[in-house]
Design a protein around this ligand. Sequence first.
Ligand code: SF4
Length: 412
Amino acid sequence: MKAEPPFALPLSRASAYFHIPYCARKCAYCDFHSVPLPEGAAEARGALRALLDAEIRQFDFYLDHWRPAGIPTLYIGGGTPSLIPPEILERFLGEITRRLGSPPEEFTIEANPESLGGEFLDVCASAGIGRLSLGIQSFDPRCLQTLGRHAKPEDSRRALRLLGLHWKGETSLDLMYGIPGQTSRGALADAGEALEQGPGHLSLYALTPEEGTPLHSRMQAGSTPALDEARQESIRNKVHDFLLGRGYENYEISSYALPGKRCRHNAAYWNLKPYMGIGPSAVSTLPGSAGPLRLSGPRDIGIYTRDPCRPETEALSARDFMADYILLGLRSSGGIDPRAFFRIFGIDFRDTFSRTVRKNRRFVAKNAENPGAFALTAKGRRVLNPILVDFFLELDRLDYTQMPVWPMGGNS
Ligand code: SF4
């Protein structure tokens, strides 16, 4: 089904994500929607200009039809946004910012070390981007080689020095654990080196080589043996303890932040706030007249750039929407706020899920950071799947016919 304007309801606020689906080359574990940037400077520039023009057209389509009163957070991710030449990026950012009524509360862009340059940082800062997320993953050359990353350790070190000299905004660094051949000592050395730059935010991801990727094939064939689960868990726990010891809060399964430095854009996803996903394959969750809609742009970049304003549209059932809300809430240290839950779904969280709450009480945080919230302990967040199964069994027994239509009480 194609999205047509009559589905749209005016919004109070909605975050926006812009997807840049180009990378220098494909990493060995990655199945995100990204493709190598066309070779040759002219071809690369042409492809990026066509893409970014289409993204602005899609942004206009959403702004016209949903008319959000504000855009609290903006995020430009990928792919590799730092591949965009500075003058093309400057024009793109200018087009975005002149459509905003007021500056967003948080504006983030992703970068990879090998393509991060001083001019890129200057353009970002001038356009009001205040947060840069850098994909390091590891400083160990063998790990980087196993992952098929483009950057060498010296690229990451150069990028961090550059940030230290030129970047006044916030920084988030991505690290990875569970890489074949990685040791606890190596992962701790990665974390220690990353913290030398003093980032306010750090993401620590488990390697999940997706089926169909070269690394997955090598692991299946045994030529690159996977770390066993106990080993992975032990590495993760050591890095986790190290980060806590350095003052970082583990506020979501993979996310660590110094006080006051949590990512607000991700919180919008986790709280199922309305958001506009702009770009090939990007997903939006926006209100429709009969309930929430999930809209997705075409994956094919050529099809997208020709007509970016015809996303596939799927009506989200109240059951699926509630399942997403519970999943995302349980992943975060803030947990599920029963008052927000009631505003969105019109039912009492603790009464509705009393059986699951009782059964899993050993995983329930005693001193949730939000008073009254239902939150899991750090251990509970790591053994999430069986807890979710309990919730989902209860979800299947609910009567959804009387539930209010999101986002009448939940989009502010
Ligand atoms: S840089 Fe990121 S998005 Fe691009 S191929 Fe590597 S992991 Fe995937």
